[in-house]
Design a protein around this ligand. Structure first.
Ligand SMILES: Nc1ncnc2c1ncn2[C@@H]1O[C@H](COP(=O)(O)OP(=O)(O)O)[C@@H](O)[C@H]1O
Ligand SMILES: [Mg+2]
Length: 326
């Protein structure tokens, strides 16, 4: 699938027919995993691109191939108009790994100073940049503490901090929301939105679908190593993919919900879960039964529903969706 004009000068990353096969095990029990199969994506400059996929879909493999940390079995990648083997290209990239590892005996500030110095900063300029980053990732008060005492969320913040310290033109993040609490999610989203405004290109991987909604301009859906779709977020938001709703009624009126003639509805105490396909009919039926719903709320996002449909695991009312949120 070609997601855009491959010769476009505004491409930050061009992924051409990328395949990766892992060969593990021993000669008498060989194990072959085809992690990526002929993936083709153009990622545009000054945009945020989100790669969505379940655990094991091949997202980390793709990022490592883009960064030159793995060699492809077939295909090629062009980054910022050149090759990742060029120092000048690597200098313009910030990378947050899936499992950032930092030397535990240093403080957050010391680590950022170290990464800043790798980008050629020193003296007062280094101090100023470290302060800016600590402020941005909300780590000013904990900056002096040793990393060994940091929570997963704090490590993630220092991780994004080190990725940003060199003012990258391209930021690549592998599961940036992992380990964060809901406040952390929101702060990380705000950081991405600010960076985007400043013109940074963002490429992120995620299995947490909510995060892509407000950040990403385009998304790719990766499933079992195959790129199913590349689609602008605006297309997803205006799509008519069915979403489950919860129609909340007074607890005493539960009995009036029985026998709704829709396969896509699940009656529970105090309400009914119903697909958007039959929401309007459900509401008018309830009106005819003199039931006034207290609230009508979507139970899942349209992005989640779109994603499930794209990977052939379409959501419907009776099916639990835990598999999506690992
Ligand atoms: N170093 C490796 N050796 C063998 N198999 C691997 C290796 N890394 C990943 N895989 C396999 O490749 C597939 C994709 O993994 P990964 O890229 O980590 O997916 P994701 O990041 O989407 O969870 C999985 O089946 C995984 O088990
Ligand atoms: Mg991964």
């Amino acid at each position: 699938m070609n997601a855009g004009p491959s010769e476009s000068p505004s491409c930050a990353i061009q992924i051409n027919g990328l395949s990766k096969t892992y060969k593990t095990g021993f000669w008498f029990t060989p194990k072959v995993t085809q992690a990526l199969k002929n993936v083709q994506i153009d990622i545009y400059e000054n945009q945020a691109f989100g790669l969505m996929g379940l655990n094991g879909a091949g997202k980390t493999t793709l990022i490592k191939l883009v960064l030159g940390l793995l060699r492809p079995t077939a295909g090629s990648v062009k980054v910022l108009g050149g090759s990742i083997s060029q120092r000048s290209v690597r200098n313009e990239i910030g990378y947050l790994p899936e499992l950032p590892y930092f030397s535990k005996q240093h403080s957050g500030r010391e680590l950022l100073e170290y990464f800043g110095s790798l980008h050629g900063l020193s003296g007062a300029a280094l101090g100023r940049r470290v302060d800016e980053i600590l402020e941005l990732v909300r780590m000013r008060t904990a900056a002096g503490q040793k990393v060994s005492g940091y929570s997963k969320g704090m490590l993630q913040r220092i991780g994004i901090g080190q990725a940003l310290i060199g003012r990258p033109r391209l930021l690549i993040c592998d599961e940036p929301m992992s380990g964060l609490d809901p406040v952390g999610y929101k702060e990380m989203r705000d950081i991405f939105i600010e960076l985007k405004k400043a013109g940074t290109t963002i490429f992120l991987n995620t299995h947490i679908l909510d995060e892509v909604e407000r950040v990403c301009d385009r998304i790719g859906i990766l499933h079992e190593g195959v790129l199913k779709e590349v689609v602008p977020m605006s297309k997803i938001l205006e799509s008519t993919v069915p979403v489950d709703y919860w129609v909340d009624v007074d607890f005493q009126e539960t009995s009036k919900l029985s026998g709704l003639p829709f396969q896509e509805s699940v009656q529970k105490n105090g309400g009914v879960q119903v697909s958007s396909l039959v929401l309007a009919e459900t509401l008018s039926l309830l009106t005819s039964r003199k039931v006034q719903p207290k609230a009508v709320r979507p139970l899942s996002s349209v992005v989640e529903a779109y994603f499930l449909r794209a990977i052939g695991a379409e959501a419907h009312s009776n099916r639990p969706m835990e598999g999506v949120r690992a």
